[in-house]
Design a protein around this ligand. Structure first.
Ligand code: MV4
Length: 447
């Protein structure tokens, strides 16, 4: 087992990793930017080193600074968290070249996970169902038109290196293809450094359901059931649940088998997430393979009674999976992402937290690095807390979440707590009528 781990991240996920390390008896090294001197992850770590100015490029994305810090602190492994360097295959390679364990999958796994059109192609060849569309990247508008005519409208153009819904363009008829193609190309190049695109049929009223997988270094793979992630705004997840109230025992078995097949197809290692879209008719299509620990991992931890971050560390140290049984969800868990944002317009609102009171009591978990007196910096993403409610069933989890949202006090900055209160009181949400159109209907009930 590792004796010391460097955490190449900040905020709530850095705190989450430090907690797992503490429980495993592993020393921790926090790195931080000049804007993060007073961060909670810096206070909680055993050792701390400032690696650069506020801008992420010069600090949390600064590979030489991070590798040097690992070397001078004698860290044996690096946990990348999510975002920043977590899905950078060159970083994973650079760690290996320096003799430092990257706590995550192989560089090849990361590279394929990042190339959405290639991943789709590989999955299709291995018998994992994918949405009809181009088999690999598009060569130009001509092939886009040809394929769109074959699969029918609406269709959707996506960036190969995009993911998370960024850089997608829905096209309703042949006339829209040219403009959408060139706009998507330009956006993709600017955002991801690659203008490569692919096209597929656009499916309405689908659910975004993802399956957690674990794979050891011997190739043993298990799944830990699904998370329901359909409540998104501009492809930012706002609320996640486990299990999905839409998923039957039979569908869970199928999703789990497909997720394991997907992981096996790419010789996946460590923990990962296989993202599917599921139609109202229960047709399942592979979308993406996420090669990191996800923001929403706590809902799976709550219903499966497993610590996924500890698992990441144990798997990276070479420990095999010994659990034989199929894991079944127990109870229900919901996560609300609390952002330092205007709750109506979702515009970031950094600033000083003048007062803060966290909820607690039965079934409530708060993953955060925020505290009273801390100033939310403007340089990074606006997630300041994850509020997770667990109950013996979905109804109890909802009741606890509503109660906890009422207890949660954050003063001095705007947060999305009022938005979450609105959703938790919504009849469609309470009755489980949630799909990828939920937020649009919430804001525009007539639609
Ligand atoms: C889709 C889709 C429907 N049809 N692709 C968005 C995030 C990315 N991982 C995949 N996403 C989607 N891809 C096809 N062919 C629906 C989504 C989608 C979505 C779309 C509109 C509004 C909210 C959404 C939430 C999750 C997924």
């Amino acid at each position: 087992m590792f004796k010391k781990i460097l955490i190449a991240n900040r905020g709530e996920i850095a705190v989450r990793v430090i907690r797992a390390c503490r429980e495993l008896g592993i020393r921790t090294v926090a790195v931080y930017s000049e804007a993060d001197k007073t961060n909670m992850h810096v206070r909680l770590a055993d050792e701390t080193i400032c690696i650069g100015p506020a801008s992420a490029e010069q600090s949390y994305l600064n590979v030489p600074a991070i590798l040097t810090t690992a070397e001078i602190t004698d860290s044996e492994a690096i946990h990348p968290g999510y975002g920043f360097l977590s899905e950078n295959p060159q970083f994973a390679e650079a760690c290996a070249a320096s003799g430092i364990a990257f706590i995550g999958p192989t560089p090849e796994n990361i590279r394929l996970g990042g190339d959405k059109s290639k991943a789709k192609q590989v999955m299709k060849r291995r018998g994992v169902p994918v949405v009809p569309g181009s088999d690999g990247p598009l060569s130009g508008t001509d092939s886009a038109v040809k394929i769109a005519k074959k699969i029918g409208f609406p269709a959707i153009i996506k960036a190969s290196m995009g993911g998370g819904g960024r850089g997608m363009k829905i096209i309703n008829n042949e006339e829209e293809i040219q403009d959408a193609f060139f706009m998507a190309q330009r956006e993709a190049l600017a955002a991801f450094g690659s203008s490569e695109l692919y096209i597929e049929k656009y499916l309405r009223n689908v659910r975004h359901i993802e399956v957690q997988v674990l794979a050891d270094s011997k190739g043993r793979i298990i799944h830990l059931g699904e998370r329901e992630c359909s409540i998104q705004r501009r492809h930012q997840k706002l609320i996640e649940e486990a299990p999905s109230c839409f998923v039957t025992e039979k569908l869970r078995k199928r999703l789990g088998e497909l997720a394991i097949k997907a992981a096996r197809a790419i010789k996946y290692r460590n923990i990962g997430t296989v993202e599917f879209i599921v139609t109202p008719e229960e047709e399942v299509y592979f979308m993406e393979f996420n090669t990191r620990v996800q923001v929403e991992h706590p809902v799976t931890e709550m219903v499966m009674g497993m610590d996924l971050v500890k698992q990441q560390i144990l798997l990276a140290s070479g420990q095999p999976i010994t659990a034989k049984k199929v894991f079944k969800p127990r109870g229900a868990a919901i996560e609300c992402r609390i952002n330092a944002e205007d709750p109506d317009r979702f515009i970031p609102c950094p600033g000083k937290i003048e007062f803060m009171h966290q909820p607690g009591g039965p079934g409530i978990r708060v993953d955060t690095a925020a505290y009273c007196g801390w100033t939310v910096p403007s340089h990074y993403d606006s997630l300041i807390a994850k509020l997770i409610a667990y109950g013996s069933n979905r109804q109890e989890a909802i009741a606890r979440m509503r109660r906890a949202l009422d207890e949660f006090v954050i003063e001095g900055i705007k947060t999305t707590i009022p938005f979450h209160k609105r959703v938790l009181e919504n009849k469609d949400f309470i009755e489980g009528r949630i799909d990828t159109g939920f937020i649009d209907r919430l804001n525009n009930p007539a639609a």
